[in-house]
Structure formats: C-alpha cells, structure tokens
Design a protein around this ligand. Structure first.
Ligand SMILES: [Zn+2]
Length: 468
C-alpha cells in the first residue's frame, strides 16, 4: 500500500519530481543510469501527479530539456501546470514552524531545487528566464559563503611527486610518473572485478563494524535490530554493464531500501561500467567510497535511523545533502581511523598491498576532487576552452585517460558542474574539518543522520557546533 502525501510534503515531492523531469530523470527506473535529480524513494510514497503528466513522460524519454529543442511553450505550460516556480515559496512558509535544523534542511533543499528548475527553463530558452549565475548555483549546492576560488593543487602535486619518487617512479612529468605507476600495477581484467569487489567487501564490512559502527550507540526505528552493528548490510548488489563509447563513466550507485518479508530490505545497487579502467588500488578506494563506510552505509543508517521525517526518504542530487554525502564518502579513512598512518598501515596489511601505493592512490583522489571542483569554474565562469580543461586535468592534476574526458563532461554541464562536481572538494574539506574539531565518532553520528535529524553540509555543522 502506498502512503499518501499531504500538505508541504506533497509540494516538496512535486518540486523534486518536476525538477527531475525537466532534466530527464526517472526516479522509478530500476537502473541508476536513468536517475538524475531524484534518487529512488526509500518508502512507498504515492506517485506525484507531475510524474504521470504525459509531457513528463516525453521529457524522460528525450533526456529532458536538453533533448527537446523548440518546445518552449510546452515546457513553460508543464512548469506552470505544476507550479514548479511557485512551490518553493509555499514550502518555505510551512517549513518555518518545523524544528530549527529540519527547517534549515528543507529551506536549503528547496533553494537548490528552485535553481535546478530555473536552470532548466533557461536551458529550454523559455521566455523571460535566463541562467541563474554560476555563483548562485555553486552556493545553493555547497552552501559555501566565502569567495569562490580555484583550489590550489601545488602542495598536492608536490606530495604526489614525493610519494611516486619514493616508490621508484621518477619521470620528468608528474603525469608520466603516474602513468608508469599505473602500468606497473596493471589494470584489472573487467571479468575479475565482481569477484574482487566481493573479496574487498568481505574485508571492509567487518572493518567498518569494528572501527566505526560499534561505537555508534544510537536509537534505531523498528525492533528488528537493536544496534547498527547488528545489521547484516547484506542488501548490496553489484552489477556490471558495458558502455565502450563512454569509458569515462564509472557507473551509478542507488539505494532502494524498502521492505522484504516485513524486514528492511536494505537494497542498494552499484552498477559499474566495465569499460571504465580500474586498478586494484582504485577498486579498494572505490569500495570504501561507494559501499562502506561511504554511500551504502550512509543510506542504510538513514533508512534505519529513528525520528527522521519525509525528506529523509527522498534523497536528491545537486543539493547540499549531496555535498555532505560526497564529503563523507571522501572521508572514509578519516571515519575509520584516528590517524592517516594507522589507516594506511592497517589497510595495506588487510589488502596485501604496499602502504606507499595506498598513499599514492589517495593523493590522486585528492587531485581528482580538485579537478572536479576547478574545471567547472574555469570553463563556465572564466570561459576556458575544452582543450585547456582537458590539459589542466591531465597535466596539472595528473589524471590519466579517460578521466580528462569525465572532467570535461562534468565541467560543461549546467547542473553537474556547479551543483555536483564542486561538491566533492567542498564536502571533503568541511567533513575533514568537523572530524578534526569534534572527533570522528561524534562527527559520524551527526553526518550519518543518527542524531535525530536528517542533515546537509550546513546543518551537520550546526548540530556539531551547538552540541558543545
Ligand atoms: Zn560518491
């Protein structure tokens, strides 16, 4: 039985799905490749009317406004029919009476959704709509208040160069040294990847339970499991698909949650493009990010935490919530260990790899976040060309093929650029800072939505700072 949506919750559902439809997303699709702004809902809410609008179906079929040229009038009618530009104000008025952290969360979420709608209308060239500024989109998703600056990669390049040289890879160019290091480690045969993922997870799940989860003493809803450490984390599925024309596409990660035999099903699906090249070291980092203690654990904790409202069941892309989630997943090591030395020593032993190679992998990961952050700014705000962006990704950030293609694809997109790509760096920095300031366990309780509130990159900090 699907639950009914009422009042502001119904308005929020309409706004989320309306924004998603404009950009061609389909939150009810079984594959994450078809999701965009709206992620699958983890409870059986009724389907909002906007989803069933025949024009929404056409938008979904054509890839949203980007695929519907010359249909301005119909796009405008669709937005007007569901009040997509007026709902945010209505939701905000109702949110005022909610508890403080919840009200902020809703307010932040609808601000980003409004910009997604306005960007969609501008992209479709609907009369009287122009693109919101790059700064507005960036700030709506990251909630960053300071002046928007490029991340300086000088230090990180130096760090990577030192690590590579210690490992025996000395080349005139940093990119050349990274290429030699990658070649020496070899890329995995795609057919081996599912088995390797299973192996890595069989180590990472007990590690996460021991190092992190057993310290999270929090109230869960329902009476199936008393503590998070009792949860089996067995709803995770890994599937491969092949997209040789898009080797820069890693895949997608979606959490469906739901129930099976009156128990939480904990269903998460990671779909991996087997044409995306990967080393064993890269796969370890990917599993920590996507599964434990990253996105899958984050989703399960949110699914099982008590006292979270409607908005905790409808995760949304390109929002301040995602800035937090990427920040958390990029701090996987920081949530598991007290120090970096302990982290690399333990992980090296666990996976039978060299400590120095893990350090190199994570230094590359940081340069990748910087590239994701800087490229949209350089292209959309400063007008840098595709050629220069690709050069920046490969020469300056030492990213090997096909990553410069991924960076360019993200940099040029009007939503992914400012409202998603930039969030990794911003999210990582904020979460690292909060772990340092408050300790990893208190930071985890707030970040994983276990303090009684669903949080985003801002309210997560407010909760930690007000608890002192
Ligand atoms: Zn992620």
């Amino acid at each position: 039985m699907k639950e009914k949506l009422r009042g502001w919750e119904q308005n929020l559902a309409t706004l989320v799905i309306g924004a998603d439809s404009l950009w061609g997303g389909d939150y009810q699709a079984p594959s994450g490749k078809d999701h965009f702004v709206a992620e699958p809902w983890t409870r059986e809410w009724e389907t909002p009317k906007v989803y069933e609008d025949s024009f929404a179906a056409e938008l979904r079929a054509q890839g949203g406004v980007l695929g519907l040229d010359g249909r301005q009038a119909e796009i405008q009618d669709f937005a007007a029919r569901h009040d997509l530009t007026g709902l945010a104000a209505k939701i905000r008025r109702k949110a005022i009476s909610l508890p403080r952290h919840r009200a902020y969360f809703i307010n932040n979420l609808v601000n980003s959704l409004s910009l997604i709608v306005l960007t969609g209308l501008a992209q479709a060239k609907v009369r009287s709509y122009s693109f919101p500024s790059f700064e507005d989109r960036y700030r709506a998703a990251t909630l960053y208040q300071g002046s928007i600056q490029l991340v300086d990669v000088k230090e990180e390049r130096k760090n990577l160069e030192n690590l590579l040289s210690r490992a025996g890879y000395k080349n005139r160019s940093l990119l050349g040294a990274v290429q030699e290091w990658e070649t020496a480690h070899g890329r995995l045969d795609p057919e081996q990847i599912p088995q390797k993922v299973t192996e890595i997870l069989s180590k990472v799940i007990p590690l996460t339970k021991e190092q992190l989860i057993r310290h999270l003493d929090v109230q869960l809803k329902g009476d199936i499991w008393k503590r998070l450490v009792d949860v089996p984390y067995n709803g995770f599925e890994f599937e491969m698909f092949s997209m040789p024309s898009r080797p820069e596409m890693t895949g997608s990660q979606a959490y469906f949650g739901g129930n099976k035999n009156q128990r939480p099903a904990l269903r998460g699906l990671f779909e991996y493009n087997k044409d995306y090249p990967m080393t064993y070291l890269g796969l370890i980092a990917l599993c920590l990010h996507e599964v434990m203690p990253g996105h899958y654990f984050h989703s399960v904790a949110t699914d099982l935490a008590s006292n979270l409202g409607f908005e905790a069941t409808i995760p949304t892309m390109c929002s301040p919530q995602v800035a937090l989630w990427e920040g958390v997943a990029q701090n996987s090591i920081g949530f598991l260990f007290d120090t970096e030395d302990e982290a690399y020593a333990t992980l090296a032993k666990l996976f039978e790899v060299k400590e120095i190679d893990l350090r190199i992998q994570y230094a590359l990961d940081k340069l990748m976040d910087a590239a994701k952050h800087n490229a949209p700014i350089m292209h959309q705000r400063e007008g840098m060309s595709e050629k220069k962006i690709r050069e920046y990704a490969s020469k300056t950030c030492a990213l090997t093929d096909p990553l410069p293609t991924k960076i360019w694809g993200w940099a040029k997109h009007p939503l992914i650029g400012p409202m998603y790509a930039c969030s990794y760096e911003q999210g990582r920095r904020v979460v690292t800072g909060m772990i340092k300031q408050h300790g990893r366990i208190p930071a985890a309780i707030a970040a994983y939505n276990l303090s009684g509130s669903i949080v985003d990159i801002e309210t997560f900090q407010n909760i930690l700072n007000s608890s002192e």
